[in-house]
Design a protein around this ligand. Structure first.
Ligand SMILES: [Fe+2]
Length: 501
């Protein structure tokens, strides 16, 4: 990729900044038993990605056991490199497991705020409890990211974000304006990420605890699949667009070097993380390797309800969601540890949702329902391993959903295999409440739907019971909204299926 070779042009010392170079805040991510990633990006003028010299700038970092950064346990120096948008990613190891740490960055006489991170308990440590939050779909123009304010008040140990961290384009009702109407170049995506990171609530959430991330489509372009755009964009141009978007995404997220774009501008986002012996997270990437959507037709939107009866490739077993490598990786070790809960972190909604009113089967072309044989492979894997503790967490649909992934798509009353919670959007507009409600009688595996609110999901996980709280923002278009719980659910370990709390 761009920026992982030796540093060629470096300043001997940090420049004197007129403006604060740490305006985009700090972040941590990917917590493991002995470390985590810490991140920042120098941006004294966030609206001008070319404000800094085309040279690497020395940055010092410190990790301490106290929030005053007095008891320092590790420190070091790195370069913020121009090829990486002057971002800094430090992957820490050798820390104690299962505790909190604090960190900060220094560049010349400028100093960042202090961020907090955690290391996880080892997979062999008996662990009683984990509280974490699930978020997705934050459209800058459509609201303030105040949901994070309430999230922090709930004290999550980590935040799981399942995509649409940025929206590449403007649509819907705006209450504030991102500077780019439709991002295409590295400059565009860098600017977009900078503007998002300036939201104070988002920044506070990054400083509060480590994030675990996967992406969906809008980090690049609506409804893209692998190297295929939603429209008839020339594939060479789309590959350039995706490369720019991936590069900017890496630069702006607390990701490990493992995830950095490779020579072909691919990024490995899929990974497995543990929180003690309590939870194993399989974080999936549903965008980069998938087959194109079914029954694409020139002049018709890719994202639409597909009628299975009129779409020959709907159930084509060759169509993949994960791609061969990710599928093999997941199949090898998913559920093979002693974790109390096996959690699939993915960007969409896995439970079947027949969106064709009346007779017949229909599914949203971009979602799991239209990749039925790919979903069946995961269902079969869970059954083969005899797992009765699997939870799926998703997003994308700008509505709260709670329900069950069942053995047979065509029979929504068949046995439950996976319990699923899908979060609404942080701000992005919902689609069609009346339609979703009217479809519920045909979808008895879906236990709850509500798309009237913006918000996020809190998960409070114990060894025997999983508790989920759908937390809403009453109005994401105002700076100081009220927050409340909309609905609560539980899942019993060993007895798959979502139940109202
Ligand atoms: Fe979205």
């Amino acid at each position: 990729m761009v920026g992982l070779g030796p540093v060629r042009r470096a300043l001997a010392a940090a420049p004197k900044f007129i403006n604060d170079p740490f305006q985009l805040g700090v972040a941590s991510g990917d917590p493991v038993p002995d470390g985590f990633v810490i991140w920042t990006r120098l941006a004294p003028d966030p609206y001008d990605p070319k404000a800094l010299p085309d040279e690497a700038i020395p940055v010092a970092w410190e990790v301490a056991s106290d929030d005053k950064i007095k008891k320092i346990v590790q420190r070091g120096n790195v370069y913020a490199r121009p090829e990486l948008g002057h971002s800094v990613h430090v992957e820490l190891h050798g820390l104690e497991h299962g505790r909190q740490y604090f960190y900060r960055f220094t560049c010349g006489d400028a100093r960042s705020r202090v961020g907090r991170a955690i290391t996880t308990p080892t997979p062999y440590t008996k662990t009683e409890r984990l509280k974490f939050a699930l978020a997705s779909c934050q459209h800058y123009d459509q609201g303030y990211f105040t949901a994070y304010r309430d999230m922090i008040a709930q004290d999550p140990a980590m935040i799981v974000h399942v995509g649409d961290y940025i929206y590449e384009a403007s649509w819907g009702q705006s209450i504030r304006h991102s500077p780019i109407a439709d991002a295409w170049t590295l400059h565009d995506y860098r600017l977009m990420h900078a503007v998002y990171k300036l939201d104070p609530d988002l920044q506070d959430a990054h400083a509060y605890c480590p994030w675990v991330l996967t992406w969906d489509d809008h980090e690049v372009d609506n409804d893209y699949s692998d190297l295929v755009a939603e429209d008839e964009t020339n594939p060479v141009l789309f590959a350039k667009r995706r490369a720019a978007a991936y590069q900017a995404y890496y630069e702006n997220m607390p990701l490990r070097a493992m995830a950095a774009p490779d020579a072909n501008m691919n990024m490995q986002m899929f990974q497995r993380l543990n929180f003690g012996d309590l939870v194993e997270f399989d974080v999936l990437d549903l965008r980069q390797y998938r087959s194109v959507q079914s029954c694409r037709q020139p002049g018709m939107r890719v994202g639409r309800v597909i009628d299975a009866a009129h779409c020959p490739d709907f159930d084509d077993p060759k169509r993949s969601m994960l791609g061969a490598i990710q599928e093999t990786w997941m199949g090898m070790n998913f559920g093979r540890t002693n974790a109390r809960w096996n959690v699939i972190v993915q960007s969409l909604m896995m439970m079947n949702f027949d969106q064709l009113p009346g007779e017949g089967r229909g599914a949203w072309s971009d979602n799991w329902g239209a990749y039925g044989t790919a979903r069946k492979k995961i269902v079969d894997l869970v059954l083969k391993r005899g797992l009765t503790n699997v939870i799926s967490l998703g997003g994308d649909i700008h509505s709260y959903f709670a329900g069950d992934v069942v053995t047979t798509d065509a029979d929504p009353n068949s046995a439950t295999v996976i319990s699923e919670f899908v979060g609404t959007s942080i701000t992005a507009e919902s689609y069609n409440t009346k339609l979703f409600d009217s479809l519920m009688p045909e979808n008895p595996n879906i236990k709850y739907v509500n798309d009237r609110f913006r918000g996020y999901v809190m998960c409070d996980v114990g060894r025997d019971v999983w508790n989920t709280d759908f937390r809403i923002v009453e109005d994401a278009r105002v700076r100081t909204p009220t927050f409340r719980s909309l609905a609560k659910f539980t899942v019993e370990n060993g007895n798959p299926g979502v139940k109202p709390a």
